[in-house]
Unconditional design. Sequence first.
Length: 307
Amino acid sequence: MSDPIYDRVALIGLGLIASSMALAMRRDGLAGEIVGTARSAETRDTARALGLCDRVVDTAEAAVRGADLVVLCTPVGAMGELAARIAPLLDPGATLSDVGSVKRAVVDALQPHLPAGVHLIPAHPLAGTEQSGPQAGFAELFRNRWCLMTPAPDIDPTALARYRRLWDAMGARTDLMDPDHHDLVLAVTSHAPHLIAYTMVGVADDLRRVTDTEVINYSAAGFRDFTRIAASDPTMWRDVFLANRDATLDILGRFTEELFALQRAIRTGDGEMLHDYFTRTRAIRRGIIEAGQDTAAPDFGRVPTVP
Ligand code: NAP
């Protein structure tokens, strides 16, 4: 057990990310007290039953009182309104953060409400699963994953170092980024791929009407991994695309151009082009494994199951 890094942490929203944070903080005694709240009574009751927080309260206003760290863990679209409600209640010296998957829109929504003396350190842990809700969390979620932080350049260095220490202690690696750059990088690595997965699953769903259960029965040949991504929370992803519109549309435009080039290669029988292309993409997978961001085991290390 280490000494607590914060005396009172308030988690607003108690889904996958907040519950994982709560479990990781409790495991190592990183917070003197964890206070949580969520929108619905059902989620608050589940969090109480799971013992995620020291206290679960009914409103965001009650949760943030006396907190030296407040983390917004709701879908991105809810953060501006929440900030307007809680910001006047924050103590000078407190840190306000969030875990949203988009950063420019969140900075723009939070900054205007920030009282003097409160440190705004937006963050994005690059860790998650397709599951959501308070029961989905686990303390190891952030282990060896990056947490990108996008504070303004004039952020108080002591407040920043303290917040980085919390994420380090939860197992993450932290880095700093400009919010616009973050959104472009994530449009490539996460947002556009999610949209493509959603589209492919939608196409297959249409087809299923023609081919009955074949799409489900024979899904192991690549499609299954799309279905996992496309099972992600609809509210969260609606908000991600609306909040990161420009970067996502930019990347999708480039994606469409590449798709047309591959389409033409297939139509004209240009095997050399296809082979070169797939050789290049295979090297990217190797790079991810070498960077310790995924397993080298075949099929992501899945154990074959007999239905
Ligand atoms: P989640 O499991 O769907 O949980 C969202 C939580 O926010 C729920 O407890 C929900 O309460 C609460 N909430 C929604 N609107 C609220 C409001 N107006 N006031 C108070 N609470 C509210 O979400 P998550 O997966 O943890 O994602 C949370 C944030 O982390 C999102 O911004 C997402 O972009 C980001 N993120 C997600 C992932 C991922 O893979 N899932 C990864 C990195 C970052 P109710 O249950 O009562 O509705």
